[in-house]
Design a protein around this ligand. Structure first.
Ligand code: PBG
Length: 336
């Protein structure tokens, strides 16, 4: 990389504004482009029929029943969005200490995946692998006393992964941050001859307060006991994220993710530059809610803030962006 001080030229030979003077010059020199094919639509599911229920802390985002999710999948496919990332809302009656519903082959995630694959076979389906939507304590793993037990959790995650893969999920995205779970899941998939299932590891996942609305969305917010700091990363750490990525790639991850997005763009860039592998970023619920709230108060232009934030992920090096804004952004891109 050339450092700016080594560039030849100084004012007035060089005037940076020459390239910015008109929309055609700006278009010619633009470095990053956002297209619908960069987007993954995050979608929250809820049991029932004809359900479209707005999420209080995430205005503009709805919990969708399987039939509605199929309609939404069709719309995404028409807009050129390559894939959907599904997450389930779970009532407290279906939650348990060990989160057994996660491994029920007829759970909401599996039923919805089958329905979408039947109606819209060409759209990619990404399934979150973690126990938190199904546990009555809201943690991603199996709890003994106050402690999340790593290896026992991995056994449950392998079962969950298998159930999701068999239901038609093309990509499994472990978001739990247990050590060694990519290796365990990959071995299990190979053993079951599921060679083509992709693993998108939430490798650089921080213990972040930006997940607030998501926990409300899936029914975990009043439920979570304590915090997730013994498994998710400390927001102060960057080098540790690179070690996480290195380990997950060695264990068999195809793609890796940084999460949340905007506060961690440095990690998107470092991961992309260091490993040169498909790098995803998750614009999480709290980031979308912040833009909504600022727009509602009149502080920000909603569409401008939304499109700028998405473009910035591309500039930082992301190949794919998981976001609740996907359909709306793709509609805007189709118009321009
Ligand atoms: C949990 C999971 C979380 C999100 C995706 N999977 C939250 C958490 O770790 O508590 C967050 C998504 C969002 O905030 O939009 N396995």
């Amino acid at each position: 990389m050339v450092t700016p001080t080594k560039f030849p030229g100084s004012f007035p030979q060089t005037r940076m504004r020459r390239s910015r003077q008109s929309s055609w010059t700006r278009a010619l020199v633009r470095e990053a482009q956002l297209s619908p094919s960069d987007l993954v639509a995050a979608m929250i599911l809820k049991d029932g029929r004809g359900v479209r229920e707005e999420i209080k802390t995430l205005p503009g985002v709805y919990r969708l029943s399987p039939d509605q999710a199929v309609d939404e999948a069709r719309k995404c496919a028409d807009l050129g969005i390559p894939a959907l990332a599904l997450f389930p809302y779970t009532e407290s009656k279906d939650r348990s200490t060990r989160g057994e519903e996660a491994t029920n082959p007829d759970n909401l995630m599996c039923r919805t995946a089958r329905a979408i694959k039947q109606a819209v076979p060409d759209i990619g389906l990404i399934g979150d692998v973690a126990l938190d939507p199904y546990t009555d304590h809201g943690h991603d793993g199996i709890l003994h006393g106050e402690k999340i037990i790593n290896d026992e959790t991995n056994d449950a995650l392998c079962e969950q992964a298998l159930v999701l893969a068999r239901a038609g999920f093309d990509v499994l995205a472990p978001s739990d941050m247990m050590d060694g779970r990519i290796k365990a899941i990959r071995e299990r998939l190979e053993h079951e001859m599921l060679h083509d299932v992709l693993l998108l590891s939430y490798a650089v996942k921080y213990a972040s307060c930006f997940y607030g609305p998501y926990r409300d969305a899936i029914g975990s917010s009043g439920v979570l006991k304590g915090d997730k700091k013994t498994y998710q990363m400390d927001p102060a750490n960057g080098d540790e994220g690179l070690r996480e990525v290195a380990l997950d790639l060695a264990e068999g991850a195809d793609w890796v993710m940084v999460k949340p997005g905007l506060p961690y763009l440095d990690m998107v860039r470092r991961v992309k530059d260091t490993f040169a592998v498909p790098t995803f970023v998750f614009q999480v619920s709290g980031e979308c809610a912040m833009i909504e709230a600022a727009a509602k108060s009149g502080a920000l232009d909603r569409q401008g803030a939304m499109m700028e934030s998405l473009l910035c992920f591309k500039r930082a090096g992301a190949d794919g962006i998981i976001t609740y804004f996907a359909t709306e952004a793709a509609e805007i891109l189709a118009r321009v």
